[in-house]
Design a protein around this ligand. Structure first.
Ligand SMILES: Nc1ncnc2c1ncn2[C@@H]1O[C@H](COP(=O)(O)OP(=O)(O)OP(=O)(O)O)[C@@H](O)[C@H]1O
Length: 613
Protein backbone atom coordinates (compact mmCIF):
# COMPACT_ATOMS: atom_id res chain seq x y z
CA UNK A 1 0.00 0.00 0.00
CA UNK A 2 2.69 2.43 -1.00
CA UNK A 3 1.85 6.08 -1.03
CA UNK A 4 -1.84 5.32 -1.19
CA UNK A 5 -4.52 5.59 1.45
CA UNK A 6 -7.11 2.89 1.15
CA UNK A 7 -10.26 2.93 3.20
CA UNK A 8 -11.06 -0.70 3.58
CA UNK A 9 -14.55 -0.33 4.91
CA UNK A 10 -17.41 2.09 4.35
CA UNK A 11 -17.10 4.99 6.73
CA UNK A 12 -20.52 6.45 6.02
CA UNK A 13 -22.00 4.38 8.81
CA UNK A 14 -19.91 6.19 11.43
CA UNK A 15 -20.38 9.55 12.95
CA UNK A 16 -17.22 11.41 12.01
CA UNK A 17 -15.71 14.83 12.03
CA UNK A 18 -12.77 16.19 10.08
CA UNK A 19 -9.62 17.00 11.94
CA UNK A 20 -9.07 20.71 11.85
CA UNK A 21 -7.12 21.15 15.06
CA UNK A 22 -3.92 22.90 15.82
CA UNK A 23 -1.06 21.95 13.52
CA UNK A 24 0.66 18.95 15.00
CA UNK A 25 2.24 20.14 18.11
CA UNK A 26 4.50 18.18 20.34
CA UNK A 27 4.14 18.92 24.01
CA UNK A 28 7.18 20.40 25.64
CA UNK A 29 7.03 17.86 28.45
CA UNK A 30 7.87 15.04 26.07
CA UNK A 31 11.53 15.83 26.30
CA UNK A 32 12.98 12.57 25.12
CA UNK A 33 10.37 10.76 23.05
CA UNK A 34 13.11 8.99 21.14
CA UNK A 35 13.77 6.98 24.25
CA UNK A 36 10.39 5.37 23.72
CA UNK A 37 10.57 2.27 21.59
CA UNK A 38 7.18 2.98 20.01
CA UNK A 39 7.30 6.75 19.56
CA UNK A 40 5.70 8.05 16.36
CA UNK A 41 6.63 11.51 15.23
CA UNK A 42 3.33 13.45 15.14
CA UNK A 43 4.40 15.06 11.85
CA UNK A 44 4.05 11.64 10.25
CA UNK A 45 0.56 11.05 11.58
CA UNK A 46 -2.40 12.72 9.83
CA UNK A 47 -5.80 12.35 11.44
CA UNK A 48 -8.58 12.27 8.86
CA UNK A 49 -11.89 11.64 10.58
CA UNK A 50 -13.31 10.47 13.85
CA UNK A 51 -15.15 7.15 13.89
CA UNK A 52 -15.85 6.60 17.56
CA UNK A 53 -16.18 8.35 20.88
CA UNK A 54 -15.95 6.45 24.14
CA UNK A 55 -15.38 6.95 27.85
CA UNK A 56 -11.62 7.27 27.49
CA UNK A 57 -11.23 9.09 24.20
CA UNK A 58 -12.05 9.25 20.50
CA UNK A 59 -11.07 6.87 17.74
CA UNK A 60 -9.83 8.39 14.50
CA UNK A 61 -8.88 7.03 11.13
CA UNK A 62 -5.45 8.37 10.25
CA UNK A 63 -2.56 7.87 7.89
CA UNK A 64 0.87 7.06 9.13
CA UNK A 65 3.68 8.14 6.87
CA UNK A 66 6.61 5.75 7.11
CA UNK A 67 9.73 6.89 5.31
CA UNK A 68 13.06 5.07 5.07
CA UNK A 69 15.97 5.22 2.62
CA UNK A 70 14.38 2.39 0.64
CA UNK A 71 10.71 3.22 0.68
CA UNK A 72 8.08 5.80 1.43
CA UNK A 73 4.68 4.49 2.52
CA UNK A 74 1.40 5.71 3.90
CA UNK A 75 -0.50 3.27 6.11
CA UNK A 76 -4.06 3.57 7.15
CA UNK A 77 -4.23 3.27 10.94
CA UNK A 78 -6.72 3.72 13.76
CA UNK A 79 -5.78 6.21 16.43
CA UNK A 80 -7.20 6.22 19.92
CA UNK A 81 -6.88 9.82 21.03
CA UNK A 82 -7.22 9.83 24.80
CA UNK A 83 -8.93 12.59 26.73
CA UNK A 84 -6.25 14.94 28.03
CA UNK A 85 -4.31 14.24 31.19
CA UNK A 86 -2.32 16.86 33.08
CA UNK A 87 0.62 18.22 31.08
CA UNK A 88 3.21 17.32 33.67
CA UNK A 89 2.11 13.68 33.65
CA UNK A 90 2.38 12.98 29.94
CA UNK A 91 5.99 11.77 30.09
CA UNK A 92 5.16 9.32 32.86
CA UNK A 93 2.18 8.06 30.90
CA UNK A 94 4.28 7.51 27.79
CA UNK A 95 6.85 5.56 29.77
CA UNK A 96 4.12 3.41 31.26
CA UNK A 97 2.62 2.80 27.86
CA UNK A 98 6.02 1.79 26.53
CA UNK A 99 6.29 -0.80 29.25
CA UNK A 100 2.84 -2.20 28.49
CA UNK A 101 3.31 -2.23 24.74
CA UNK A 102 6.51 -4.24 25.17
CA UNK A 103 4.47 -6.81 27.11
CA UNK A 104 1.97 -6.96 24.25
CA UNK A 105 4.65 -7.84 21.75
CA UNK A 106 3.84 -11.05 19.88
CA UNK A 107 0.33 -11.52 21.27
CA UNK A 108 -1.99 -12.83 18.55
CA UNK A 109 -5.49 -12.07 19.77
CA UNK A 110 -4.94 -8.42 20.75
CA UNK A 111 -4.97 -5.46 18.35
CA UNK A 112 -1.62 -4.68 16.83
CA UNK A 113 -0.05 -1.55 18.28
CA UNK A 114 2.06 0.59 16.00
CA UNK A 115 3.10 3.13 18.58
CA UNK A 116 2.24 6.28 20.45
CA UNK A 117 2.29 9.97 19.71
CA UNK A 118 1.00 13.28 21.06
CA UNK A 119 -1.10 15.66 18.98
CA UNK A 120 -2.80 18.87 20.10
CA UNK A 121 -1.79 17.95 23.62
CA UNK A 122 -3.57 14.59 23.54
CA UNK A 123 -2.01 11.18 23.71
CA UNK A 124 -2.60 9.15 20.55
CA UNK A 125 -2.32 5.37 20.60
CA UNK A 126 -1.73 4.24 17.05
CA UNK A 127 -2.96 0.77 16.10
CA UNK A 128 -3.78 -1.37 13.12
CA UNK A 129 -6.98 -0.40 11.37
CA UNK A 130 -9.36 -3.38 11.50
CA UNK A 131 -12.61 -4.17 9.69
CA UNK A 132 -14.74 -2.77 12.50
CA UNK A 133 -15.98 -4.02 15.83
CA UNK A 134 -18.47 -6.68 16.90
CA UNK A 135 -20.51 -3.75 18.23
CA UNK A 136 -20.62 -2.32 14.68
CA UNK A 137 -21.63 -5.69 13.26
CA UNK A 138 -24.43 -6.07 15.81
CA UNK A 139 -25.70 -2.58 15.03
CA UNK A 140 -26.29 -3.64 11.43
CA UNK A 141 -28.19 -6.82 12.33
CA UNK A 142 -31.90 -7.14 12.88
CA UNK A 143 -32.53 -7.27 16.63
CA UNK A 144 -28.91 -6.27 17.15
CA UNK A 145 -27.87 -9.72 18.25
CA UNK A 146 -25.64 -12.51 17.02
CA UNK A 147 -26.37 -16.22 16.65
CA UNK A 148 -25.21 -18.50 19.47
CA UNK A 149 -22.68 -20.13 17.12
CA UNK A 150 -21.16 -16.73 16.22
CA UNK A 151 -21.07 -15.75 19.89
CA UNK A 152 -19.25 -18.99 20.72
CA UNK A 153 -16.81 -18.58 17.86
CA UNK A 154 -15.97 -14.95 18.67
CA UNK A 155 -16.01 -15.74 22.38
CA UNK A 156 -13.30 -18.36 21.90
CA UNK A 157 -11.11 -15.94 19.88
CA UNK A 158 -11.52 -13.22 22.47
CA UNK A 159 -11.07 -15.43 25.52
CA UNK A 160 -7.75 -16.58 24.04
CA UNK A 161 -6.65 -12.96 23.55
CA UNK A 162 -7.66 -12.03 27.10
CA UNK A 163 -5.84 -15.07 28.47
CA UNK A 164 -2.69 -13.97 26.69
CA UNK A 165 -2.99 -10.52 28.25
CA UNK A 166 -3.60 -12.04 31.67
CA UNK A 167 -0.59 -14.29 31.29
CA UNK A 168 1.49 -11.11 31.00
CA UNK A 169 -0.03 -9.64 34.11
CA UNK A 170 -2.37 -7.20 32.32
CA UNK A 171 -6.11 -6.78 32.95
CA UNK A 172 -8.43 -5.33 30.30
CA UNK A 173 -11.12 -3.83 32.58
CA UNK A 174 -13.08 -2.49 29.61
CA UNK A 175 -14.49 -5.51 27.83
CA UNK A 176 -17.50 -4.72 25.63
CA UNK A 177 -18.59 -5.45 22.05
CA UNK A 178 -17.30 -2.06 20.83
CA UNK A 179 -13.84 -3.09 21.96
CA UNK A 180 -14.01 -6.44 20.19
CA UNK A 181 -12.57 -5.84 16.72
CA UNK A 182 -12.87 -8.10 13.68
CA UNK A 183 -9.97 -8.88 11.38
CA UNK A 184 -10.07 -9.68 7.67
CA UNK A 185 -10.79 -13.35 8.47
CA UNK A 186 -13.78 -12.45 10.67
CA UNK A 187 -11.86 -13.39 13.81
CA UNK A 188 -12.45 -11.60 17.09
CA UNK A 189 -9.52 -9.42 18.15
CA UNK A 190 -9.29 -7.61 21.46
CA UNK A 191 -9.24 -3.88 20.77
CA UNK A 192 -8.38 -2.87 24.34
CA UNK A 193 -5.37 -3.73 26.45
CA UNK A 194 -6.05 -2.03 29.75
CA UNK A 195 -6.37 1.70 29.03
CA UNK A 196 -8.58 2.24 32.15
CA UNK A 197 -5.87 1.02 34.50
CA UNK A 198 -3.18 2.74 32.43
CA UNK A 199 -4.98 6.04 32.96
CA UNK A 200 -5.94 5.34 36.55
CA UNK A 201 -2.99 6.91 38.28
CA UNK A 202 -2.99 10.05 36.16
CA UNK A 203 -5.04 13.09 36.97
CA UNK A 204 -7.53 14.50 34.53
CA UNK A 205 -7.28 18.26 34.06
CA UNK A 206 -11.04 18.57 34.11
CA UNK A 207 -12.37 17.86 37.59
CA UNK A 208 -15.88 17.26 36.18
CA UNK A 209 -14.68 14.09 34.48
CA UNK A 210 -15.18 10.96 36.51
CA UNK A 211 -12.18 8.69 36.64
CA UNK A 212 -13.93 5.36 36.21
CA UNK A 213 -12.12 2.11 35.85
CA UNK A 214 -14.30 0.88 32.98
CA UNK A 215 -17.68 1.35 31.29
CA UNK A 216 -20.51 1.30 33.90
CA UNK A 217 -22.79 -1.28 32.22
CA UNK A 218 -19.94 -3.77 32.08
CA UNK A 219 -18.29 -3.09 35.44
CA UNK A 220 -17.95 -5.68 38.20
CA UNK A 221 -18.82 -4.68 41.80
CA UNK A 222 -15.17 -4.38 42.86
CA UNK A 223 -14.35 -2.19 39.85
CA UNK A 224 -16.35 0.79 41.14
CA UNK A 225 -14.23 1.46 44.22
CA UNK A 226 -11.28 -0.90 43.93
CA UNK A 227 -9.43 0.51 46.95
CA UNK A 228 -12.51 0.01 49.14
CA UNK A 229 -14.33 -2.95 47.63
CA UNK A 230 -11.58 -4.45 45.52
CA UNK A 231 -9.04 -5.27 44.58
CA UNK A 232 -9.55 -5.75 40.87
CA UNK A 233 -8.27 -9.06 39.63
CA UNK A 234 -8.27 -11.20 36.49
CA UNK A 235 -11.76 -12.39 37.43
CA UNK A 236 -12.94 -8.76 37.16
CA UNK A 237 -12.58 -9.31 33.41
CA UNK A 238 -14.75 -12.43 33.71
CA UNK A 239 -17.68 -10.21 34.77
CA UNK A 240 -17.10 -7.75 31.89
CA UNK A 241 -16.70 -10.60 29.42
CA UNK A 242 -19.98 -12.20 30.54
CA UNK A 243 -21.77 -8.83 30.22
CA UNK A 244 -20.45 -8.56 26.65
CA UNK A 245 -21.58 -12.10 25.83
CA UNK A 246 -25.04 -11.27 27.16
CA UNK A 247 -25.21 -8.21 24.92
CA UNK A 248 -24.03 -10.25 21.93
CA UNK A 249 -26.68 -12.92 22.61
CA UNK A 250 -29.59 -10.64 23.38
CA UNK A 251 -28.77 -7.41 21.56
CA UNK A 252 -29.29 -5.54 24.84
CA UNK A 253 -26.59 -4.21 27.14
CA UNK A 254 -26.85 -5.14 30.81
CA UNK A 255 -28.76 -2.46 32.76
CA UNK A 256 -30.29 -0.76 29.70
CA UNK A 257 -31.33 2.84 30.20
CA UNK A 258 -29.80 3.11 33.67
CA UNK A 259 -27.50 5.94 34.68
CA UNK A 260 -24.06 5.12 36.17
CA UNK A 261 -25.38 5.97 39.65
CA UNK A 262 -28.33 3.63 39.21
CA UNK A 263 -26.05 0.85 37.96
CA UNK A 264 -23.79 1.39 40.98
CA UNK A 265 -26.78 1.06 43.26
CA UNK A 266 -27.95 -2.15 41.56
CA UNK A 267 -24.59 -3.88 41.18
CA UNK A 268 -22.68 -2.72 44.25
CA UNK A 269 -25.30 -1.95 46.88
CA UNK A 270 -28.16 -4.27 45.98
CA UNK A 271 -25.85 -6.97 44.61
CA UNK A 272 -28.04 -7.60 41.58
CA UNK A 273 -26.75 -9.47 38.54
CA UNK A 274 -27.34 -9.01 34.82
CA UNK A 275 -30.01 -11.33 33.39
CA UNK A 276 -28.63 -14.39 31.59
CA UNK A 277 -30.85 -15.24 28.59
CA UNK A 278 -32.65 -18.56 28.82
CA UNK A 279 -32.24 -21.50 26.44
CA UNK A 280 -28.44 -21.47 26.32
CA UNK A 281 -26.32 -24.62 26.27
CA UNK A 282 -25.83 -25.64 29.93
CA UNK A 283 -22.02 -25.17 30.07
CA UNK A 284 -22.44 -21.64 28.69
CA UNK A 285 -25.26 -20.83 31.08
CA UNK A 286 -23.32 -22.26 34.02
CA UNK A 287 -20.17 -20.31 33.26
CA UNK A 288 -22.11 -17.04 32.73
CA UNK A 289 -23.84 -17.46 36.09
CA UNK A 290 -20.42 -18.09 37.63
CA UNK A 291 -19.06 -14.85 36.13
CA UNK A 292 -21.68 -12.89 38.10
CA UNK A 293 -20.63 -14.03 41.57
CA UNK A 294 -20.31 -10.94 43.77
CA UNK A 295 -17.01 -12.11 45.27
CA UNK A 296 -14.62 -12.47 42.36
CA UNK A 297 -12.84 -15.40 44.02
CA UNK A 298 -15.87 -17.53 43.14
CA UNK A 299 -15.90 -16.52 39.48
CA UNK A 300 -14.32 -18.62 36.72
CA UNK A 301 -10.99 -17.59 35.25
CA UNK A 302 -10.71 -16.94 31.53
CA UNK A 303 -9.33 -20.45 30.99
CA UNK A 304 -12.49 -21.93 32.53
CA UNK A 305 -14.64 -19.70 30.31
CA UNK A 306 -12.66 -20.74 27.25
CA UNK A 307 -13.15 -24.44 28.08
CA UNK A 308 -16.91 -23.96 28.54
CA UNK A 309 -17.16 -22.14 25.19
CA UNK A 310 -15.14 -24.82 23.43
CA UNK A 311 -17.34 -27.56 24.91
CA UNK A 312 -20.46 -25.76 23.71
CA UNK A 313 -19.01 -25.12 20.29
CA UNK A 314 -18.05 -28.72 19.69
CA UNK A 315 -21.49 -29.83 20.93
CA UNK A 316 -23.40 -27.47 18.66
CA UNK A 317 -21.32 -27.65 15.47
CA UNK A 318 -20.87 -30.20 12.71
CA UNK A 319 -22.21 -33.74 12.73
CA UNK A 320 -22.22 -33.92 16.50
CA UNK A 321 -24.68 -31.05 16.71
CA UNK A 322 -26.88 -31.32 19.75
CA UNK A 323 -30.07 -29.37 20.33
CA UNK A 324 -29.76 -26.40 22.66
CA UNK A 325 -31.72 -27.51 25.65
CA UNK A 326 -34.23 -25.36 27.44
CA UNK A 327 -33.17 -23.80 30.69
CA UNK A 328 -30.87 -26.28 32.37
CA UNK A 329 -31.08 -27.39 35.93
CA UNK A 330 -28.39 -25.35 37.58
CA UNK A 331 -29.08 -26.62 41.04
CA UNK A 332 -25.44 -27.61 41.41
CA UNK A 333 -23.57 -24.56 40.14
CA UNK A 334 -19.85 -25.02 39.69
CA UNK A 335 -17.65 -23.78 42.51
CA UNK A 336 -15.01 -22.17 40.33
CA UNK A 337 -12.73 -21.35 43.24
CA UNK A 338 -11.90 -25.04 43.68
CA UNK A 339 -10.71 -25.41 40.11
CA UNK A 340 -8.22 -22.58 40.59
CA UNK A 341 -5.99 -24.47 43.01
CA UNK A 342 -5.72 -28.12 42.02
CA UNK A 343 -4.10 -30.42 44.55
CA UNK A 344 -1.02 -32.53 43.85
CA UNK A 345 0.55 -35.55 45.52
CA UNK A 346 2.66 -34.38 48.44
CA UNK A 347 0.51 -31.34 49.27
CA UNK A 348 -0.40 -30.78 52.90
CA UNK A 349 -4.13 -30.28 53.29
CA UNK A 350 -6.77 -29.79 55.96
CA UNK A 351 -10.55 -29.64 55.97
CA UNK A 352 -11.76 -26.48 54.30
CA UNK A 353 -12.92 -23.85 56.77
CA UNK A 354 -16.65 -23.40 56.62
CA UNK A 355 -17.43 -20.16 54.75
CA UNK A 356 -17.71 -17.19 57.05
CA UNK A 357 -16.58 -19.02 60.12
CA UNK A 358 -13.81 -18.00 62.41
CA UNK A 359 -13.59 -21.37 64.03
CA UNK A 360 -11.42 -24.04 62.47
CA UNK A 361 -12.59 -26.43 65.20
CA UNK A 362 -14.67 -29.51 64.36
CA UNK A 363 -12.29 -30.14 61.48
CA UNK A 364 -12.52 -33.67 60.16
CA UNK A 365 -8.93 -33.48 58.98
CA UNK A 366 -6.74 -31.03 60.89
CA UNK A 367 -3.79 -32.10 58.74
CA UNK A 368 -3.11 -34.73 56.08
CA UNK A 369 -0.96 -35.38 53.04
CA UNK A 370 -2.20 -36.01 49.52
CA UNK A 371 -1.01 -39.48 48.47
CA UNK A 372 -3.14 -40.06 45.42
CA UNK A 373 -5.58 -38.58 42.94
CA UNK A 374 -8.59 -40.28 41.45
CA UNK A 375 -9.79 -38.56 38.31
CA UNK A 376 -8.36 -35.58 36.56
CA UNK A 377 -8.21 -32.81 39.14
CA UNK A 378 -11.65 -31.67 38.12
CA UNK A 379 -14.93 -31.32 39.96
CA UNK A 380 -15.59 -35.08 39.90
CA UNK A 381 -12.15 -36.08 41.14
CA UNK A 382 -11.40 -37.56 44.55
CA UNK A 383 -8.26 -37.15 46.59
CA UNK A 384 -6.57 -39.81 48.73
CA UNK A 385 -5.30 -38.36 51.99
CA UNK A 386 -2.94 -39.97 54.47
CA UNK A 387 -3.82 -38.84 57.98
CA UNK A 388 -1.61 -39.49 61.00
CA UNK A 389 -3.03 -42.34 63.11
CA UNK A 390 -5.34 -43.72 60.38
CA UNK A 391 -4.06 -46.77 58.55
CA UNK A 392 -5.74 -46.50 55.14
CA UNK A 393 -5.78 -43.28 53.11
CA UNK A 394 -9.10 -41.41 53.21
CA UNK A 395 -10.95 -40.77 49.94
CA UNK A 396 -12.17 -37.17 50.02
CA UNK A 397 -13.70 -34.71 47.56
CA UNK A 398 -11.32 -31.78 46.92
CA UNK A 399 -14.09 -29.27 47.60
CA UNK A 400 -13.85 -30.11 51.31
CA UNK A 401 -10.07 -29.62 51.47
CA UNK A 402 -7.72 -26.68 51.39
CA UNK A 403 -3.98 -26.71 50.73
CA UNK A 404 -1.75 -25.53 53.56
CA UNK A 405 1.66 -24.16 52.63
CA UNK A 406 4.04 -22.70 55.21
CA UNK A 407 1.10 -22.72 57.64
CA UNK A 408 -1.17 -20.61 55.41
CA UNK A 409 -4.20 -21.47 53.29
CA UNK A 410 -6.07 -19.27 50.82
CA UNK A 411 -8.83 -17.44 52.69
CA UNK A 412 -6.82 -16.98 55.92
CA UNK A 413 -6.85 -13.60 57.61
CA UNK A 414 -3.32 -12.23 57.66
CA UNK A 415 -1.40 -9.10 58.48
CA UNK A 416 2.02 -7.84 57.48
CA UNK A 417 4.68 -8.55 60.09
CA UNK A 418 6.21 -5.17 59.28
CA UNK A 419 2.88 -3.38 59.77
CA UNK A 420 0.25 -5.26 61.72
CA UNK A 421 -2.25 -2.46 61.16
CA UNK A 422 -2.67 -3.86 57.63
CA UNK A 423 -5.05 -6.77 57.92
CA UNK A 424 -6.29 -8.53 54.82
CA UNK A 425 -7.26 -11.82 53.25
CA UNK A 426 -4.84 -14.27 51.69
CA UNK A 427 -5.95 -14.98 48.12
CA UNK A 428 -3.30 -17.43 47.04
CA UNK A 429 -0.13 -19.08 48.20
CA UNK A 430 2.11 -20.89 45.76
CA UNK A 431 4.09 -23.90 46.79
CA UNK A 432 7.23 -21.72 46.83
CA UNK A 433 5.63 -19.34 49.34
CA UNK A 434 4.70 -16.55 46.91
CA UNK A 435 1.48 -14.97 48.13
CA UNK A 436 -1.20 -12.59 46.97
CA UNK A 437 -3.20 -10.69 49.58
CA UNK A 438 -6.17 -8.33 49.36
CA UNK A 439 -5.77 -5.29 51.62
CA UNK A 440 -8.11 -2.34 52.09
CA UNK A 441 -6.65 0.68 50.30
CA UNK A 442 -4.95 -1.30 47.52
CA UNK A 443 -6.54 -1.41 44.07
CA UNK A 444 -4.71 -4.59 43.08
CA UNK A 445 -3.56 -7.65 45.00
CA UNK A 446 -0.44 -7.31 47.14
CA UNK A 447 2.26 -9.71 45.97
CA UNK A 448 4.91 -10.93 48.36
CA UNK A 449 6.25 -13.88 50.33
CA UNK A 450 4.60 -15.88 53.08
CA UNK A 451 7.54 -14.98 55.36
CA UNK A 452 6.22 -11.38 55.40
CA UNK A 453 2.87 -12.49 56.83
CA UNK A 454 1.42 -13.50 60.16
CA UNK A 455 -2.03 -14.78 61.02
CA UNK A 456 -4.62 -12.19 62.05
CA UNK A 457 -7.88 -12.41 63.95
CA UNK A 458 -10.56 -13.50 61.49
CA UNK A 459 -13.77 -11.59 60.87
CA UNK A 460 -16.90 -13.28 59.60
CA UNK A 461 -20.46 -12.64 58.59
CA UNK A 462 -22.84 -12.28 61.54
CA UNK A 463 -20.13 -11.15 63.99
CA UNK A 464 -20.80 -8.00 66.06
CA UNK A 465 -18.05 -5.41 65.90
CA UNK A 466 -17.31 -1.89 67.08
CA UNK A 467 -14.53 0.56 66.30
CA UNK A 468 -11.67 0.22 68.77
CA UNK A 469 -11.56 2.93 71.41
CA UNK A 470 -8.04 3.86 70.31
CA UNK A 471 -9.33 4.90 66.87
CA UNK A 472 -10.61 8.45 66.75
CA UNK A 473 -11.15 8.80 63.02
CA UNK A 474 -12.16 5.56 61.31
CA UNK A 475 -11.31 5.27 57.62
CA UNK A 476 -14.92 5.00 56.43
CA UNK A 477 -16.74 6.80 59.24
CA UNK A 478 -18.76 5.04 61.93
CA UNK A 479 -21.84 6.09 63.93
CA UNK A 480 -21.73 6.91 67.61
CA UNK A 481 -24.36 6.26 70.25
CA UNK A 482 -26.15 9.02 72.09
CA UNK A 483 -23.57 8.82 74.89
CA UNK A 484 -20.70 9.37 72.42
CA UNK A 485 -19.47 5.76 72.41
CA UNK A 486 -18.98 3.92 69.10
CA UNK A 487 -22.13 2.06 68.07
CA UNK A 488 -21.96 -1.71 67.60
CA UNK A 489 -22.80 -3.18 64.21
CA UNK A 490 -23.11 -6.61 62.66
CA UNK A 491 -20.95 -7.80 59.75
CA UNK A 492 -23.12 -8.36 56.73
CA UNK A 493 -20.49 -9.09 54.10
CA UNK A 494 -16.75 -9.61 54.05
CA UNK A 495 -15.30 -8.19 50.83
CA UNK A 496 -12.31 -9.79 49.08
CA UNK A 497 -9.88 -7.24 50.56
CA UNK A 498 -11.16 -7.88 54.09
CA UNK A 499 -13.23 -4.69 54.10
CA UNK A 500 -16.35 -5.25 56.19
CA UNK A 501 -19.86 -4.23 55.23
CA UNK A 502 -21.53 -3.57 58.55
CA UNK A 503 -25.20 -3.10 59.38
CA UNK A 504 -26.57 -1.51 62.48
CA UNK A 505 -29.72 -3.45 63.31
CA UNK A 506 -29.90 -1.69 66.67
CA UNK A 507 -30.35 1.69 65.02
CA UNK A 508 -33.58 2.62 63.33
CA UNK A 509 -32.12 5.46 61.34
CA UNK A 510 -28.56 6.16 60.47
CA UNK A 511 -27.53 8.70 57.88
CA UNK A 512 -30.97 9.39 56.43
CA UNK A 513 -32.14 5.84 56.60
CA UNK A 514 -29.01 4.10 55.32
CA UNK A 515 -27.90 1.83 58.12
CA UNK A 516 -24.83 0.30 56.44
CA UNK A 517 -21.24 1.31 56.58
CA UNK A 518 -17.85 -0.03 55.56
CA UNK A 519 -15.09 -0.79 58.03
CA UNK A 520 -11.40 -1.45 57.87
CA UNK A 521 -10.92 -4.80 59.67
CA UNK A 522 -7.86 -3.42 61.45
CA UNK A 523 -9.95 -0.75 63.14
CA UNK A 524 -12.66 -2.89 64.72
CA UNK A 525 -12.93 -5.31 67.62
CA UNK A 526 -15.44 -8.05 68.32
CA UNK A 527 -18.34 -7.45 70.72
CA UNK A 528 -19.73 -10.57 72.40
CA UNK A 529 -22.51 -10.95 74.90
CA UNK A 530 -20.40 -13.19 77.16
CA UNK A 531 -17.52 -10.74 77.35
CA UNK A 532 -19.60 -7.61 78.01
CA UNK A 533 -18.86 -6.62 81.60
CA UNK A 534 -21.83 -6.17 83.89
CA UNK A 535 -25.55 -6.31 83.23
CA UNK A 536 -25.73 -2.75 81.95
CA UNK A 537 -23.21 -3.54 79.18
CA UNK A 538 -24.91 -6.84 78.46
CA UNK A 539 -28.25 -5.08 78.15
CA UNK A 540 -26.68 -2.40 75.90
CA UNK A 541 -25.41 -5.16 73.64
CA UNK A 542 -28.92 -6.61 73.47
CA UNK A 543 -30.03 -3.31 72.03
CA UNK A 544 -27.53 -3.86 69.19
CA UNK A 545 -29.45 -6.91 67.99
CA UNK A 546 -32.55 -5.06 66.91
CA UNK A 547 -33.78 -1.51 67.23
CA UNK A 548 -37.08 -2.87 68.54
CA UNK A 549 -35.44 -4.11 71.78
CA UNK A 550 -35.29 -0.69 73.43
CA UNK A 551 -38.88 0.45 72.74
CA UNK A 552 -40.11 -2.99 73.75
CA UNK A 553 -38.22 -2.91 77.00
CA UNK A 554 -39.56 0.58 77.68
CA UNK A 555 -43.13 -0.45 76.77
CA UNK A 556 -42.98 -3.62 78.82
CA UNK A 557 -41.34 -1.69 81.69
CA UNK A 558 -44.16 0.87 81.60
CA UNK A 559 -46.72 -1.88 81.44
CA UNK A 560 -45.07 -3.66 84.38
CA UNK A 561 -44.91 -0.35 86.29
CA UNK A 562 -48.59 0.26 85.65
CA UNK A 563 -49.41 -3.27 86.75
CA UNK A 564 -47.31 -2.87 89.86
CA UNK A 565 -49.00 0.49 90.41
CA UNK A 566 -52.45 -1.06 90.18
CA UNK A 567 -51.30 -3.94 92.32
CA UNK A 568 -49.72 -1.69 94.94
CA UNK A 569 -52.66 0.73 94.72
CA UNK A 570 -55.15 -2.13 95.16
CA UNK A 571 -53.21 -3.57 98.06
CA UNK A 572 -52.87 -0.16 99.67
CA UNK A 573 -56.56 0.43 99.36
CA UNK A 574 -57.20 -3.06 100.77
CA UNK A 575 -54.61 -2.45 103.47
CA UNK A 576 -56.19 0.89 104.29
CA UNK A 577 -59.56 -0.75 104.43
CA UNK A 578 -58.20 -3.62 106.57
CA UNK A 579 -56.23 -1.11 108.69
CA UNK A 580 -59.41 0.73 109.24
CA UNK A 581 -61.08 -2.59 110.09
CA UNK A 582 -58.05 -4.05 111.88
CA UNK A 583 -55.71 -1.27 113.04
CA UNK A 584 -53.23 -3.80 114.72
CA UNK A 585 -52.69 -6.21 111.76
CA UNK A 586 -49.57 -6.61 109.39
CA UNK A 587 -49.25 -7.76 105.77
CA UNK A 588 -46.02 -9.79 105.54
CA UNK A 589 -46.09 -10.72 101.76
CA UNK A 590 -43.66 -9.53 99.07
CA UNK A 591 -44.71 -7.91 95.83
CA UNK A 592 -43.08 -10.77 93.83
CA UNK A 593 -39.97 -10.98 91.54
CA UNK A 594 -40.79 -10.20 87.89
CA UNK A 595 -38.43 -11.57 85.22
CA UNK A 596 -36.01 -8.79 84.18
CA UNK A 597 -36.43 -9.42 80.47
CA UNK A 598 -39.75 -9.00 78.67
CA UNK A 599 -40.86 -11.91 76.50
CA UNK A 600 -40.42 -10.32 73.03
CA UNK A 601 -36.84 -9.34 73.91
CA UNK A 602 -36.07 -12.79 75.19
CA UNK A 603 -37.47 -14.21 71.96
CA UNK A 604 -35.10 -12.08 69.89
CA UNK A 605 -32.20 -13.30 72.00
CA UNK A 606 -33.20 -16.92 71.64
CA UNK A 607 -33.51 -16.43 67.90
CA UNK A 608 -30.06 -14.80 67.67
CA UNK A 609 -28.60 -17.56 69.82
CA UNK A 610 -27.45 -15.22 72.59
CA UNK A 611 -29.59 -16.87 75.24
CA UNK A 612 -30.77 -20.46 75.65
CA UNK A 613 -34.10 -21.57 76.98
N1 LIG B 1 -8.28 -0.45 15.63
C1 LIG B 1 -9.48 -0.17 15.13
N2 LIG B 1 -9.76 -0.43 13.86
C2 LIG B 1 -10.95 -0.13 13.34
N3 LIG B 1 -11.95 0.44 14.04
C3 LIG B 1 -11.73 0.70 15.31
C4 LIG B 1 -10.50 0.42 15.95
N4 LIG B 1 -10.59 0.78 17.23
C5 LIG B 1 -11.81 1.27 17.41
N5 LIG B 1 -12.51 1.22 16.27
C6 LIG B 1 -13.88 1.67 16.05
O1 LIG B 1 -14.20 2.68 16.98
C7 LIG B 1 -15.38 2.33 17.65
C8 LIG B 1 -15.37 2.93 19.01
O2 LIG B 1 -14.20 2.59 19.68
P1 LIG B 1 -13.91 3.21 21.09
O3 LIG B 1 -12.90 2.31 21.70
O4 LIG B 1 -13.67 4.66 21.06
O5 LIG B 1 -15.31 3.14 21.71
P2 LIG B 1 -15.76 2.65 23.02
O6 LIG B 1 -15.29 1.26 23.11
O7 LIG B 1 -17.21 2.90 23.12
O8 LIG B 1 -15.00 3.61 24.04
P3 LIG B 1 -13.92 3.34 25.18
O9 LIG B 1 -13.05 2.19 24.70
O10 LIG B 1 -13.20 4.63 25.23
O11 LIG B 1 -14.69 3.03 26.39
C9 LIG B 1 -15.42 0.83 17.60
O12 LIG B 1 -16.72 0.33 17.71
C10 LIG B 1 -14.89 0.59 16.22
O13 LIG B 1 -15.90 0.80 15.29
Amino acid sequence: MSGQVTVSRPVESFEYEFFDGDPDHLMTVVSTPDQLSRWINPDFLKLTHRIGRGSFGDVWIATHHVSTEDYDEHHEVAVKMLYPIKDDQVSAFLAKFDDISSKLHGIQGVCLLHGISVKIGKICIVMKFYEGSIGDKMAKLRGGKLSVSDVLRYGIDLAQGIMELHSRGLMVLNLKPNNFLLDEHDRGILGEFGIPSLLREFQLPNSDMVHRLGTPNFMAPEQWQPDMRGPVSFETDSWGFACSIIEMLSGVQPWPGKSPDEIYDLVVTKKEKPIVPSGLPPPLENVLFGCFQYDFRHRPLMVDILRAFQRCESATSGDNAQPIVERSNLGGLTDWSILKDPLYVGDTVRSRKPKNSSKPKNMDIPEGTVVGLEGNNNQDAFILIRVHGIHNPLRIHPSSLERVTFGFAAGDWVSLISDDSRIGILHSIDRDGTVTVGFVGRESLYEGKSSELQMAEPRYKGQFVRVRNSITNPRFGWPRKGNGEWATGRIQEVLPNGCLEVRFPGRLNFRNGASNCLANPAEVEEVRFETCEGWVRKYQHLEDFHWVVRPLVIAVGLFAALKVGFFVGGRSRRRLRSARNNPQGHDGQNAGNPAWLPHPVANILFREGVATR
